[in-house]
Design a protein around this ligand. Structure first.
Ligand SMILES: O=c1cc[nH]c(=O)[nH]1
Length: 185
């Protein structure tokens, strides 16, 4: 899909109020688009407080300035949360919404953070780890048992949009990642 078309889909998307994660899910998609526009993976994440208000929102910025391998959307949200909000907002009461199923790095960080509820819009068959929770080491599975992971409650149109955003430019981005280690493999 052409990038202009993807931008149009996001700009013209109508939030469907029948779905309880639709607003946060759409914000994740806007952030994912912004990530793509700055040459990064199309992933966005928002952290909601106990009242459902946005505490932190971030996007993937792995390639934005200097290459930063850890600059996934979820990692950046958790950095901000732990730096500025943890005292007033205990993690167990919070909800993290992500446009894409968290990868192994992000899942590990989420398990350590203790965020109560995690919801993602789209599965990531190639890189997602939540679907493989049973393959985490026992101590990590123990942490996972204290948290809840779900597919976000959003419309199928929004889920499709999140999928398109996560897949856009992937070939180029994978090549860029390999270039960081001085290999074209
Ligand atoms: O930001 C990103 C990119 C890929 N996978 C993730 O979990 N987060």
């Amino acid at each position: 899909m052409e990038f202009d078309e993807l931008i149009k889909l996001v700009k013209e998307y109508q939030i469907n109020p029948q779905f309880r994660d639709e607003e946060a899910g759409f914000r994740c998609c806007e952030l994912a688009l912004a990530a793509l526009q700055s040459g990064n993976y199309g992933v966005g994440a928002v952290l909601l407080d106990a009242d459902g208000q946005v505490l932190v929102e971030e996007k993937n910025v792995v390639f934005s300035t200097q290459f930063c391998s850890s600059a996934h959307a979820e990692m950046r949200v958790l950095d901000q949360y732990e730096a500025y909000f943890i005292k007033e907002h205990p993690p167990a009461l919070l909800k993290l919404v992500v446009s894409l199923e968290p990868c192994p790095m992000c899942l590990s960080r989420i398990l350590l953070s203790g965020i109560g509820v995690v919801k993602y819009l789209v599965e990531d068959a190639a890189g997602g780890m939540v679907s493989h929770m049973s393959r985490m080491p026992p101590a990590w599975q123990n942490l996972a048992s204290l948290q809840s992971f779900y597919h976000a409650h959003v419309s199928s149109e929004l889920r499709q949009l999140a999928k398109k955003l996560s897949q856009h430019n992937l070939v180029y981005l994978r090549a860029a990642l390999l270039q960081q280690r001085g290999s074209d493999a």
